[in-house]
Ligand binder design. Structure first.
Ligand code: ZN
Ligand code: ZN
Length: 409
């Protein structure tokens, strides 16, 4: 049996619940999506619990599961994934944290967790922090989008089993990190020293002095959370025997794909937001399909509208995805199987991830079709795939695509 290439399109948080603004329809139901509907009609459809029944997935844990990795076994913490997404290569023994530039007073009382959503100058502020040494441990620090950044601690005797510093509420004093397992006391102590040092360095930095003069909140403290270490995880190639590439904008998913050994090209205009260049990404998908067995196309914007509670914006963004998809499908060869799904639901009524299963469609030339006519949460519940678990997705795709050996004679 000839093997098919596999294109997995994950629209982050696309699945939803009925919305008041859309007269009781979900954004997927309300959106006009001729390209997705055509594939649903010609393909097999169903629902998927990304991680398990009732589990509210994170994007990282859900993607692990969809790639065929049990997230309860392989999840290594968000800090590690964000670091890898920013291109920081971690060594065994390193500990990574996600960080925020925040605003604090000299008692380390947090006045704004995002430093007024600072947009400019964080590169210079990060440079002032990067390379610090605390008790023989090196600080590797890199700015990311807006107020976000990533820190990797490198040195002997570190542990990721420490509590976080970010109090998550404004008006509270930055939390003291403590060891959550014996042996992590040194790391907690270094993290606490780092938090104080970050204020001492940043509050007098010229960028912050200028911000205050302009009436802006200074980005004068670093709040660390989400500690992670270097995972013991087999590559995608080792697990599935497939050469994979990921076309993705957000650092979290980028990082995960890099850790799994996938090729993750940098794509101009792929922002990980609603302003992302779908055009550049579809070009990159076509390019990647030429010399990879499996390509992931990840689109973040749907999740952003979900978190913002903007059902109309989400509907319109889904229509934009569909228009890009239409142009892409026309250019694909007959040897490419397409799966379209979401990593979790992000209902606009909840403004966060929810446990509701997500729609899934699988289309490939010559494969079976079921009775579904359009692609949305409601219609696919009648589909032939039933309700699958996220961990089964790769098996199903590989089986259909001719990648699995016969079991028995
Ligand atoms: Zn997600
Ligand atoms: Zn989300």
């Amino acid at each position: 049996m000839a093997r098919m290439k596999i294109l997995i399109i994950i629209c982050d948080g696309m699945a939803d619940r009925p919305s008041y603004e859309l007269k009781g329809k979900t954004p997927m139901e309300a959106a006009s999506t001729p390209a997705m509907d055509k594939l649903a009609k010609l393909g097999s459809n169903g629902l998927m619990d990304p991680i398990g029944k009732g589990i509210v997935p994170g994007s990282d844990t859900a993607h692990l599961s969809l790639f065929g990795y049990d997230p309860y076994k392989y999840y290594c913490g968000r800090g590690t994934l964000e670091a890898a997404g920013l291109g920081i290569y971690m060594k065994k023994g390193d500990v990574a944290f996600r960080c925020n530039f925040a605003t604090s007073d000299s008692d380390l009382r947090i006045l704004d967790r995002r430093a007024g959503r600072i947009a400019f100058g964080t590169e210079e502020l990060a440079e002032a922090i990067n390379g610090l040494e605390i008790d023989g441990v090196k600080v590797i620090f890199k700015d990311a989008v807006e107020h976000r950044s990533v820190m990797v601690l490198r040195g002997p005797g570190l542990s990721s089993k420490v509590s976080e510093v970010d109090p998550h509420n404004e008006g509270e004093i930055a939390w003291k990190s403590v060891a959550t397992e014996p042996g992590a006391e040194k790391t907690a102590d270094i993290l606490n020293k780092f938090t104080r040092m970050s204020f001492d360095i940043l509050h007098k930095h010229p960028i912050n002095i200028a911000r205050k003069e302009e009436g802006l909140l200074p980005a004068n403290i670093i709040l660390a959370r989400g500690p992670g270490d270097v995972p013991d995880i087999p590559t995608f190639k080792e697990v599935h025997g497939m050469k994979a590439s990921a076309i993705v904008g957000i650092t979290l998913v980028k990082g995960l794909c890099r850790i799994l050994g996938m090729e993750v090209p940098e794509i101009e205009g792929a922002t990980g937001g609603a302003d992302t260049s779908l055009e550049n990404k579809t070009q990159a998908v076509l390019q990647a399909l030429k010399d990879h067995d499996l390509v992931l196309w990840h689109i973040k914007g749907t999740d952003v509208f979900g978190h913002d509670g903007d059902a109309v914006g989400k509907k319109e963004f889904i229509e934009k995805i569909d228009a890009s998809l239409a142009g892409l499908v026309d250019k694909l060869g007959d040897d490419v199987m397409i799966a379209i799904t979401a990593d979790h639901s992000t209902p606009t009524s909840v403004k966060d991830h929810a446990s509701d299963p997500v729609p899934l469609l699988i289309y490939g030339k010559g494969l079976r079709a079921d009775k579904c006519q359009v692609f949305n949460e409601h219609e696919v519940s009648n589909g032939s795939l039933g309700i699958i678990n996220g961990l089964e997705l790769m098996q199903i795709l590989k089986g259909l695509g001719g990648w699995n050996d016969k079991f028995g004679a």
